[in-house]
Design a protein around this ligand. Sequence first.
Ligand SMILES: [Fe+2]
Length: 380
Amino acid sequence: MTDPIISRDSPEPVVTADDPIPAPLNRIPTPVAPAPDILRCAYMELVVTDLAASRAFYVDVLDLIVTEEDENTVYLRSFEEFIHHNLVLRKGPVAAVAAFAYRVRSPHDLDLAVAFYEELGCRVERRAEGFTTGIGDSVRVEDPLGFPYEFFYDVAHVERLSWRYDLYTPGALVRLDHFNQVTPDVPRAVAYMEDLGFRVTEDIQDEHGTTYAAWMRRKPTVHDTAMTGGDGPRMHHVAFATHEKHNIIAICDKLGALRRSDAIERGPGRHGVSNAFYLYLRDPDGHRIEIYTQDYYTGDPDNPVVTWDVHDNQRRDWWGNPVVPSWYTDASPVLDLDGELQPVVARTEDSEMEVTIGADGFSYTRKDDEAHGFKLGNTL
Ligand SMILES: [Fe+2]
């Protein structure tokens, strides 16, 4: 463990050998039961209020592949996927997230998931027939942070369309890349996720050691999910990968041509965190979708952890472009296992938006710069 505190002398991200986020005093107890072996984020179940409008957005605009559908549900996958779905759109009365689903290594890992969460005192439900079409034996839990998590192994295989260049479109989405969750207490969330087997790859802190966000992975990319500090539990976004940057530009061009440029919330741009190229969209219900490409390999056990200063203007956008306020404030509610909205708990620590803009906030491109009205101090 190395010193997590941002040095005032180091404007570049701080690189350490291990998770630099201080262990919280209020941490969720570590279960004695071993964690399930999670492979990757696999799919999200979204509740949408207008199924036709959502289908048009995800299928006609974003070109996701329809694996199966009925009058209430659409099962979608990306071009390189071989499991039944990466996204479920289910018609319902309130736009929300019903499940963040992870694939585990073996059927035995479902037994481990049950024991792990029961020891934590969480509500656990296991269904041999699965919770969604195409998936068999599954476990859903209300996790200690209030998120509906699912674990499954058994799943229907479908055609992997990787070589179907006759079907590819300029903005083709090729993989589900990650989730992003909003939670009030990031260090507490990170400690629990590390017990679940996740490893931190990058984070944002300040000179006082306050943690604003953390990125965590199982598969060897920058993340399978991130914890963003804010009122939660809420879902910040779900991200799909394209092969290359130009695919993201093509999505922007298509949205413009369709006179749907107002679906673009932020970007396109280059992230500081993750080094990925990005675009944030809002679907017809306001659910946030990120299109993401070209982050980096993180699979070695001693993968260096990158810590960004919250005041570094280039952490969220490498080119210093503004983060729109809605990106910080808006997120989707999540459901409990009865389908009811989970209550939201307010963040009490400093907010990233407030410490980086306004009368009390500041940000810099180079440390000790003076504000001159162009970018510096004007971004979020
Ligand atoms: Fe993301």
